[in-house]
Ligand binder design. Structure first.
Ligand SMILES: [Zn+2]
Length: 352
């Protein structure tokens, strides 16, 4: 009997091990104090996961708890952040994560992919997202700027700590240093991992009564952004195709993005779960972002035509008229976005 029980235990443990969504060993940099995520419940089984600040996670994720499984949309900035997300999801449900969806290839949305056991987990993304993560996504300026900036950030925090006398500020700086050092350790283990299931236009997952549409609405924030649309619950997860504030332009097609956002307007949803910022219901934000995109293109093109360098244009481009609806405090556009628009104009001029 005892032998039988032991055998049953081994078989059970074996099945559990095979079904575990993530690799068995925790990656570097997972240490943190207190919950790393705030899970905002949006509808039955639908959560928007926003970082609390105790661990570097950068972008938001969402997850969908179905009858028998869990689907995760975006997996943050590092294997460590994705690992901790899964640990905290286990406090909500013991159902297995079977599916991860990458809204796009950027580091703050897809750099957790490597922790998932691809024998049991499908990682879904646009074909372009796969190509970027297979090839040189970490050589692109957005990630290079981010990762090469980390040591300097840590040094700055340490310098501030050395001269700080207020105990509360000291404690806050110490926390920020710990978070940044863990992130640096986590980035050192990064192995960009592409989706193993791709789409170019649309795909639909069915889970019981739940329908989960994955839609590419045209080029915009990148050439391969997708949104995850739940028609019954009227929820859409937009990644950085539409955020609560400004999206970065480093790999964007600003003029095409305006048209792609018109396609988003056609979907029947009430709630947006963005890749940055809190969930919102105000659909007017789509129009505010379209207006900004039109104007940033016009303004930066005007400066380029005048022979202004990208560096100076980044300081001078004035989008302050959008400050009522977007977090803009004065003239200036991130240099990486200006460089992108300059490059697009040059490519189009050359192609003519
Ligand atoms: Zn992002």
């Amino acid at each position: 009997m005892r032998r039988l029980l032991t055998l049953a235990t081994i078989v059970t443990l074996g099945i559990v091990a095979v079904l575990a969504a993530q690799s068995r060993q925790a990656p570097a940099g997972t240490a943190h104090n207190g919950k790393a995520f705030k899970f905002n419940k949006i509808a039955d089984g639908i959560y928007h996961a926003v970082g609390s600040g105790t661990l570097a996670v950068v972008g938001n994720s969402s997850f969908i708890v179905n009858d028998n499984d869990v689907i995760v949309v975006d997996d943050h900035v590092s294997p460590a952040a994705a690992w901790v997300l899964l640990e905290e999801i286990k406090e909500v449900t013991n159902k297995p994560v079977t599916t991860v969806i990458n809204t796009h290839f950027h580091f703050d949305h897809a750099h957790g992919n490597q922790i998932f056991d691809q024998r049991v987990v499908n990682i879904i993304g646009h074909e372009f997202t796969r190509q970027m993560l297979l090839n040189n996504s970490i050589g692109m300026p957005l990630y290079r700027n981010y990762v090469t900036g980390l040591p300097g950030q840590i040094d700055d925090l340490k310098k501030r700590l050395a001269t700080e006398s207020d105990a509360t500020t000291q404690a806050s700086l110490e926390r920020q240093i710990a978070v940044a050092e863990n992130n640096r350790a986590a980035q050192a283990e990064l192995k960009p991992t592409p989706p193993n299931v791709t789409l170019t236009d649309r795909m639909t997952l069915y889970r019981g009564s739940r329908e989960i549409q994955i839609r590419h609405l045209g080029r915009g924030h990148t050439a391969g952004d997708i949104v995850v649309f739940l028609p019954r619950e009227k929820v859409v997860m937009t990644g950085d195709f539409l955020t609560a504030g400004l999206s970065n332009l480093s790999d964007s097609f600003p003029d095409e993005w305006v048209a792609s956002l018109n396609e988003l307007k056609k979907l029947d949803f009430d709630t947006v779960l963005p890749g940055h910022g809190d969930a919102f219901t105000d659909k007017a934000k789509i129009g505010y972002w379209q207006d900004y995109l039109r104007d940033v293109w016009t303004e930066v093109s005007r400066l380029k035509q005048q022979g202004v360098s990208a560096e100076d244009a980044a300081k001078r481009a004035d989008l302050t008229k959008h400050s009522a609806h977007l977090p803009i405090n004065g003239p200036g556009v991130p240099l990486i976005g200006v460089q992108r628009i300059y490059a697009l104009i040059d490519q189009r001029t050359a192609a003519r």
